[in-house]
Design a protein around this ligand. Structure first.
Ligand code: ADP
Ligand code: MG
Length: 397
């Protein structure tokens, strides 16, 4: 990887175009979760400390190339100012930024209005990127979560100015490289969640690169079903039985051990505290028509704990059960705590990502113990699928 960081750049007196992700949740005109804003603060402080002037490029919602007043970044400005401890000036239009009003010229930090108000953004239009490039001297991309999109502010712009990764991008890329590109072996993954159909490319890439793959959650039902199990009304995708068999074959050829649940929590209704029993799972399992597997069982958890103890690196995407409703969060929480403990003891590097995975790990109380938890969603998954991310490639990575 050959991308530069802020350490490699001379920023004194330079205008630094910084692509950030501040696409935060807002309710009644207030930011309800400022996590994404907090995460870009180190980058912006570094740029300011080095004598640079940050000009932020960011999207907010999906205005689809039109000015939509409800999707103005004005609503995010107070939270940004609070996090930075600096005043931020919103440039309401590209023209205002180009003409440089007195206020913009005097500002410590400039925030360009929602970049997706312009159709050139998602079209990755070279002319639009050229206009953006004229606003700065240096480009810094700190939005890994947008790097799977080839948009003007994530891709074309990087080719027009001296460029580098911001601190958050740097942390994300370093963690993902440590997990998958050159991991300490043995390296394993937990892939859980709802469906095989959404994670085929992920599974195919992982079995060819890992020593161990744990399959859990609803998708494990599809693998067990492919082996002949009849799992009642469990979440399962019979259309993907062949895919599941093929992935098992690829794993076998690549020398990747696959671990499927050997027991599960089975209930007849999906409700908090639903009556449930522990059932052994395997190719010969036959459940009643109204029964469903909603979580992995205790024996599976023990197997996972033992397997984790033999790993140096663990990647995690997808919960082991329907973790939103107790007690079907039990296996996910127990396995997450085992991974957290090994990480604290410094025998394991643990990297996790995925929307529901992040909530599940928060629920398990291990968010601070994992080596790295990616909040990048789609970009994290595409990286784990082995795809080249346009925003990273454009940085020279
Ligand atoms: P992520 O967002 O982390 O990539 P997914 O979206 O793939 O994860 O999967 C999360 C969903 O999978 C959760 O809503 C969870 O309830 C569901 N799930 C996991 N195991 C089961 C199961 N056995 N039956 C039904 N749903 C399940
Ligand atoms: Mg999800």
């Amino acid at each position: 990887m050959s991308w530069k960081t802020l350490d490699d750049m001379d920023l004194r007196g330079k205008r630094v175009l910084v692509r950030v992700d501040i696409n935060v949740p807002v309710e009644n005109g207030r930011v309800t979760d400022d996590t994404r804003i907090q995460r870009i603060v180190p980058t912006l402080h570094d740029i300011l400390d080095k004598g640079g002037k940050p000009i932020l490029l960011a999207h907010f919602g999906r205005p689809k190339g039109k000015r939509v007043q409800d999707l103005s970044l004005l609503v995010v400005k107070p939270a940004l100012e609070a996090a930075l401890g600096r005043k931020v000036v919103l440039a309401e239009t590209l023209e205002a930024a180009e003409n440089g009003t007195d206020e913009i010229a005097a500002a410590d930090v400039v925030l360009l209005e929602n970049i997706r108000f312009y159709p050139g953004e998602t079209a990755n239009d070279p002319e639009f990127a050229r206009r953006l490039s004229a606003l700065g001297d240096v480009y810094c991309n700190d939005a890994f979560s947008a790097a799977h999109r080839a948009h003007a502010s994530t891709e074309a712009l990087a080719r027009l100015l001296p460029c580098c990764a911001g601190r958050l991008m740097e942390a994300e890329l370093s963690a993902l490289e440590a997990a998958l590109a050159k991991p300490e072996r043995p390296v394993g993954a937990v892939v859980g969640g709802a469906k095989v159909s959404t994670k085929i490319e992920l599974l195919e890439n992982l079995v060819n690169r890992l020593d161990l793959l744990v399959i859990g959650g609803g998708m494990a039902n599809t693998f067990l079903g492919a082996m002949g199990a009849q799992l009642g009304k469990s979440l399962s995708e019979p259309d993907f039985f062949e895919t599941a068999k093929d992935i098992m074959k690829q794993a076998d050829q690549a020398g990747c051990r696959v671990l499927l649940p050997v027991d599960g929590l089975v209930a007849r209704e999906f409700a908090a505290g639903a009556e449930h029993e522990i059932v052994e799972l395997g190719a010969k399992t036959v459940l009643d028509d109204d029964q469903m597997v909603l979580d992995a069982g205790p024996l599976t958890v023990t197997l996972l704990e033992d397997a984790f103890a033999g790993l140096k690196t663990l990647i995690w995407n997808g919960p082991l059960g329907a973790f939103e409703i107790a007690p079907f969060d039990t296996a996910t929480v127990a396995a997450a705590q085992a991974a957290a403990r090994l990480t604290r003891e410094a025998t394991l590097i643990s990297v996790a990502g995925g929307g529901d995975t992040v909530s599940a790990l928060n629920k398990a109380g291990v968010a601070d113990d994992f080596t790295y938890i990616s909040t990048a969603g789609g970009a994290f998954l595409e990286w784990m699928e082995g795809k080249t991310l346009p925003g990273v490639a454009a940085l020279g990575g």
